[in-house]
Design a protein. Structure first.
Length: 227
């Protein structure tokens, strides 16, 4: 099966130079698409310095947000599996790619999520209690095409909408703790990081509520049709 990595970035000059080589050197990844969401730092320049046949770069002139940037990068692809990866990871390596892609050896329609490793109780909570918001995941391109037109797939809604679609349609979701994998937190990465983190949390919470209300409405509609 052909696997295409999608890497949306915005001002990731400090970490993308470490993340991108792992994807480009991996035998498990056939193509890598980096979509630069109108970065104002040297991110695009750094990505452009990598010369590799399987690398494609999309440079957006206007900042669209992660979900919209991903939709641009995934239009009209000829691939079987999408491998989503954030550009600000720490300790990202080939074993994480292998771990996340492992379920596709025996599943064609599935989603596999790589959970960042914060140890002990945090790993348990992330795997069993918290919403699956990690950007490291692989899924069938068929699934993404089905989800791509969802009205809530915008802003920070990417992961939440994907999770919801798989659960509603009873598509297997594999959860993997990726040993050593970390991410740069927004408060550390940006001056207005705390504000952005708060904004992201509120937006995600609203999307989750709207999705749950949609599920309830659909169930009530089905019940009404049966009566």
């Amino acid at each position: 099966m052909k696997t295409t990595a999608i890497v949306p970035i915005y001002n990731e000059e400090k970490r993308i130079k470490y993340v991108l080589p792992v994807l480009l050197n991996s035998n498990l990844i056939d193509d890598v698409i980096v979509v630069d969401d109108a970065s104002t730092d040297n991110s695009l320049k750094i990505v452009s310095s990598f010369k590799c046949k399987k690398l494609k770069i999309i440079s957006l002139k206007k900042n669209l947000g992660k979900s919209e940037a991903v939709k641009v990068a995934t239009k009209n692809l000829k691939t079987d599996i999408l491998f989503f990866c954030d550009g600000d990871l720490h300790n990202f390596n080939e074993s994480h790619i292998k771990q996340i892609l492992e379920p596709f050896k025996h599943e064609k329609i599935a989603m596999s999520v790589g959970i960042r490793d914060y140890g002990g109780i945090m790993n348990f909570l992330s795997k069993h209690i918290f919403p699956l918001l990690t950007g490291e995941r692989a899924l069938s391109y068929v699934i993404f095409k089905e989800v791509s037109n969802h009205h809530l797939l915008k802003g920070y809604g990417l992961e939440v909408v994907l999770n919801n679609y798989c659960r509603v349609n009873k598509i297997p979701i594999y959860k993997n703790i990726c040993k050593g994998l970390r991410q740069t937190n927004k408060p550390i990465k940006r001056k207005n990081g705390f504000y952005l983190l708060f904004k992201q949390s509120i937006e995600i919470a609203i999307i989750i509520i709207k999705l749950k209300l949609e599920i309830i409405a659909n169930k009530l509609g089905n019940l009404k049709n049966k009566i």
